[in-house]
Design a protein around this ligand. Structure first.
Ligand code: ADP
Ligand code: MG
Length: 301
């Protein structure tokens, strides 16, 4: 196991930011830590990275205990904190060399060059951090998190504030990094989990509300299956509801419909089209988005 968290609580005064949280992450996994603002994501990550002490429970990282082996753990863990604090007056190379020296790395110059290449900062490498766009600053943050070649990467909202292009690039970078490392990343963006993570742990008000594979969580939450279909011509609602095993139908626009059923009835829809001499232009199962799942799991009951 890369990360083992057992019944961890953290109190800020009387408020329980984390309440009996337990989960574990195997080595090589990319796990999304999903939850609304204030759920306790950053608090949990600070405890795992030894930047904050828990109030109760047990946390092990790479088999080491956060209470006894914090220095050893820091060598094995790379951490991108939530607001990615960087020294804006420093040059990229200067900053990365500074971090490399903290870890007492040998061949600092070579390692800095490797990291600049890995995160795609070659063109910007002679600039001051303050002159970089948000996306490039995130790359500097990822480079500092990985410079000591840690086994585990903890990334706290790594894509918040990025524009859509930067978002794609940083996600791709994380996916690449994830091939060789254990990654835990927090986010409140559902699509992010769908795009990057094998597994998702959902937290709300300091409690874990779900912990499962991304696929399984989507499936579990599926009450009904929705099929999107576009016909080449007008079809009436009264005709469509007669299709075998249809539960309900909804017209989107013109000849586009959503058909709900308890199972995949695309074959029945095809048969209907054939019998009524209409053509199907598009037909597909609509995946339930993580956004819907998340809303269900975290909405106030
Ligand atoms: P998230 O990262 O999921 O947004 P946080 O872990 O930052 O959540 O915060 C969880 C809860 O703990 C919030 O209610 C927040 O206000 C509170 N909290 C976080 N840090 C502190 C602190 N240093 N002092 C007091 N309360 C805090
Ligand atoms: Mg946070």
């Amino acid at each position: 196991m890369s990360i083992e968290v057992k019944q961890v609580s953290k109190y800020y005064g009387s408020q329980a930011a984390l309440d009996q949280v337990s989960f574990s992450i195997k080595s090589g996994e990319i796990v999304g830590f999903l939850g609304p603002n204030g759920a306790g994501k950053s608090t949990m990550m600070k405890i795992i990275t030894c930047y904050l002490q828990k109030s109760e429970g047990e946390v092990k990282v790479c088999g080491l205990d956060v209470d006894n082996d914090s220095l050893e753990i820091r060598k094995k863990v790379g951490y991108l904190p939530e607001h990615n604090p960087l020294y804006l007056e420093m040059y990229i190379k200067e900053y990365l060399s500074f971090v490399a020296n903290i870890y007492k790395l040998k061949n600092v110059k070579q390692r800095v060059a490797e990291m600049i290449k890995l995160v795609g900062l070659e063109k910007e490498q002679h600039k001051k951090i303050g002159a970089l766009s948000k996306g490039y600053r995130q790359r500097v943050g990822l480079a500092q998190a990985m410079i000591h070649n840690p086994e585990v990467l903890i990334l706290d909202e790594p894509t918040t504030g990025l524009d859509p292009n930067q978002l794609d690039e940083i996600r791709q970078l994380i996916l690449n990094i994830g091939k060789t490392k254990t990654v835990m990343l927090s986010t409140h963006i559902m699509q992010e989990v769908e795009a990057i993570c094998d597994r998702v742990i959902i937290i709300k008000d300091g409690k874990i509300v779900a912990d499962d594979s991304t696929k399984h969580i989507q499936q579990q939450q599926k009450d009904l299956l929705t099929i999107f279909v576009e016909f080449d011509t007008v079809v009436s609602k009264s005709q469509l509801v007669k299709i075998t095993e249809v539960v309900s139908v909804k017209n989107l626009e013109d000849n586009k419909w959503l058909i709900s059923s308890e199972k995949d009835i695309r074959a029945h829809v095809a048969k209907f089209a054939q019998q009524n001499e209409v053509l199907i232009l598009t037909i597909r199962i609509e995946e339930q988005s993580m956004e819907q799942v998340f809303k269900k799991l975290t909405s106030k009951k």
